[in-house]
Design a protein around this ligand. Structure first.
Ligand code: SF4
Ligand code: SF4
Length: 427
């Protein structure tokens, strides 16, 4: 079993108890108790490390209530990695209590692309039996409660064909430059418009695209759940594969905050005790970007967009935690979108949407609902036509929150908005 040999006590002692992190903490905002705050988590982790706290069910429940939003790390004067410590203690929890069968089954699918393709097809064929369509938001509604899914919950629909199975490996757009696309599982199976739009943008920019067919999940869902073995396997398989093409491309574009943050930041965290792998990750990370950052910084897309007419719709942009806080990317999508759409800021675009990961979505859905409600309300207050975020996890969570609160603002990914402008039509 993989271990990261983490000394919680050392980091816990570095906490100066200033409390700066507390008002920003997603779980503390909905459960204002010191034990469910970054400072409280650190204190408990220190006690656990020196043997003064047992990892009993109550403590397990506390550590599983963190949304891993990284707000605490962002504002902490010492940048204490509370999120990473929670990710690590979840590995201890997984060792002691095991991982629920449906999470294990899900991670098995993430490791096996062919099986996942088959299950997605099956899901597409039978979705009308267990799900109905939403009238206001993109997605489908569970008719009854099943593991991981609460009755009435809005979920992403599975498409008949995945993004990776739709296009050839090499797309020649008459360019001299070439980028690879790492699509992410949600955009591969559900939000396929993201990949279609990214390809359309590259075509307009005359940048050739390489679609690496053997890519597997970045490992984020397993990492956030404490399944380090699955995480490590997925990371190493991707590294072995990426090395086969990394010298032939200029960049790897990832139109997903969580996946790009996982590759750029967390792969190194997971492999921190394996220097030979760290060197290999470094080479990949240097060429890896969340897509709007690369498009904004390294292409003339902004100039191209200026030549296209203004759209009649307005957009409010939500900052995914794994984009703004962990990658510092928030100006870039706004810069590109604002060329053709009116931007309307919500009151707190940086507030976490409340997705939280597999455990929060399945076992603690009430917490994600509580965190999603204020976000849906602030989106409604903007009266914008669209809410946008470069993250499919935010898309799942926000679409459900908007559905629950009966807000008609539609979710659309920034690259879909950009492609829409380039096509010169509204959706
Ligand atoms: S990661 Fe987010 S939810 Fe977890 S302790 Fe930090 S601020 Fe709170
Ligand atoms: S901001 Fe950092 S140092 Fe201050 S209480 Fe929070 S974790 Fe401790």
């Amino acid at each position: 079993m993989k271990e990261l040999n983490f000394n919680y006590e050392e980091i816990s002692k570095d906490c100066i108890k200033c409390g700066k992190c507390i008002p920003t903490c997603t779980i503390h905002q909905i459960n204002p108790d010191e034990t469910t705050s970054p400072r409280g988590f650190l204190h408990l982790l220190g006690a656990y490390n020196n043997g003064n706290l047992e990892l009993d069910k109550e403590v397990k429940d506390i550590f599983e209530s963190c949304f891993l939003c990284t707000n605490c790390t962002d504002v902490c004067p010492g940048s204490l990695p509370t999120d990473f410590m929670i990710e690590n203690v979840r590995a201890d929890i997984a060792k002691k209590y095991g991982i629920a069968w449906y999470k294990k089954a899900f991670f098995t699918l993430l490791k096996n692309r062919k099986l996942m393709d088959f299950m997605a097809k099956l899901g597409y064929v039978f979705k009308s039996c267990g799900f109905s369509s939403s009238k206001t938001q993109e997605g489908m509604i569970a008719r009854f409660g099943i593991p991981m899914i609460k009755k009435g919950r809005l979920l992403p629909s599975v498409k008949s064909k995945s993004f990776l199975n739709t296009y050839p490996e090499n797309m020649d757009f008459n360019g001299e430059r070439k980028v690879a696309i790492f699509i992410g599982c949600m955009a591969n199976y559900s939000y396929t418009g993201v990949g279609d739009s990214l390809l359309y943008i590259l075509k307009k920019l005359q940048i050739n695209a390489f679609i690496p067919k053997e890519q597997v999940c970045c490992g984020a869902p397993a990492f956030f759940t404490g399944d380090l073995e699955t995480t490590e396997e997925l990371i190493k398989r991707n590294i072995d594969y990426f090395e086969t093409f990394i010298d032939d491309i200029e960049a790897i574009l990832i139109p997903e905050a969580t996946c790009s943050s996982m590759v750029i930041h967390d792969w190194k965290r997971v492999l921190r005790d394996e220097p030979q792998w760290l060197e290999r990750v470094d080479k990949i990370v240097k060429k890896t970007f969340i897509s709007t950052e690369w498009l904004d910084k390294y292409t003339d897309l902004d100039k191209l967009l200026e030549k296209h007419k203004a759209q009649n719709s307005s957009v409010t942009y939500h900052d995914p935690c794994h984009s703004r806080k962990t990658q510092g990317v928030w100006k870039e999508p706004r810069n590109l979108i604002s060329k053709n759409y009116a931007l309307k800021d919500m009151s707190d675009p940086n507030r976490c949407c409340g997705f939280g990961g597999v455990t929060i979505q399945s076992e603690k859905a009430h917490l994600s609902e509580m965190a999603g409600k204020p976000k849906a309300e602030m989106i409604r207050d903007t009266e914008a036509d669209y809410v946008s975020a470069e993250c499919s996890a935010c898309r799942v969570q926000l679409s459900n929150a908007l559905h629950e609160e009966k807000v008609e603002t539609k979710f659309i990914h920034p690259v879909e908005l950009i492609a829409q402008s380039l096509r010169g039509k509204e959706k």
